[in-house]
Design a protein around this ligand. Sequence first.
Ligand code: ATP
Length: 405
Amino acid sequence: MRVLVYGGTFSPPHAGHVRSVQIAAEALRPDRIVLIPASVPPHKALARGTPPAEDRMEMTRLAARSVPGAEVSDRELRREGKSYTSDTLRALREEFPDAELVFLLGTDMLLTLPDWHEPKVICSLASIAVFSRETGREGQIAAGAEALRRDFGATVYVLSGAPVAVSSTELRALLPQRGGAELIPPEVYAYIIRKRLYGAKPDLTWLRKQAHAYLKPKRVPHVLGVEAEAVRLAERWGADPGDAAEAAICHDITKALDRDAQLRLCEKYAILLDDCERRSEKLLHARTGAAFARDLFGLSDAVTAAIRWHTTGRAGMTDLERITYLADYIEPNREGFDGLQELRAACYDDLDRAMELATRMSLCEVRDAGNAPHENTVRAHEYYRSLLRERGLAPVHAAGIDDEL
Ligand code: ATP
């Protein structure tokens, strides 16, 4: 019996780790594959912002799904104090007395192994398998392997295959810049974004793919249009274009759901509805969409609020909330209604005047359809109307729209 053992901080696990185990599994045909996230690695301090043990355990479990038969052990995470590889291998030797333990590591670890705690014990308890982290280090690996054989009587397997040159350190730097998605197993990446580990912000291409999957196909051009418009408005008004894009991409995420499904989400996320919202399906999706998208993608309070207020508006909206509300109104695919041209111009001229006009247009539309407006829209309109008065600005006159309500 052969047991492949792969230890690491796995913070986060990445494509290099997965490639490494896949290559080792193909070459060595182990009967068991055990990934062991380390608690406090003796040879390096845990980087600041390292997620709690449960998160590293869960990420490693998700990464292990890419390697058939791989399992994850929490034995080191459960252990108090430093986790020495020699202690782990002693414990595994007891568990598998007759097995060949094969300890898998990357180039960097191979070269430092002689300096670890009890290297001779490690090499007597387990064979060593090494997979290069990058091309062009064959000479160093051969020399390192030879040194282990010579000094510690180690059995060393040198594995070949195309490496993925990436490190967790690089990824921790890339994740807050919306990078790294393609170097992390998809389920691990989704987990990182959902919990916003490492200060991660979602790669917008990834987020689009995830969020658009919930839309009816005919709605996709609209959502893309809102995103483009929201980013332009954010740039115009000094808001964060990435936040604007996140809000826009997710703003209609529950729009395709019927009333029952919406109500189930309200129950799940403890959303209390008022009478008006209960009557109007159109208003529900802003409430459920905000909660659902936040749960899936770990959205910030600011982005969640922009989704939550994108249909009714409210008095005293943040810039991001106004940008999302207005982008939804004027995105390039919108056409053929009174006031649109004037509203488009106002959005790039003065956000307060744009909000006064947009809420006035919305209230006119609701009234003309014979419906009662939501009180948040009424208040939003009053708020922006009085703000214009305070600022000594006239409301925008738009053809076909009442100047006064
Ligand atoms: P950090 O950047 O935080 O030091 P890391 O990317 O080196 O992290 P670890 O979890 O510390 O990842 O590594 C666990 C094991 O995986 C080590 O044996 C390491 O050599 C190996 N390893 C890490 N990255 C790669 C890679 N890209 N290719 C092959 N092996 C790798």
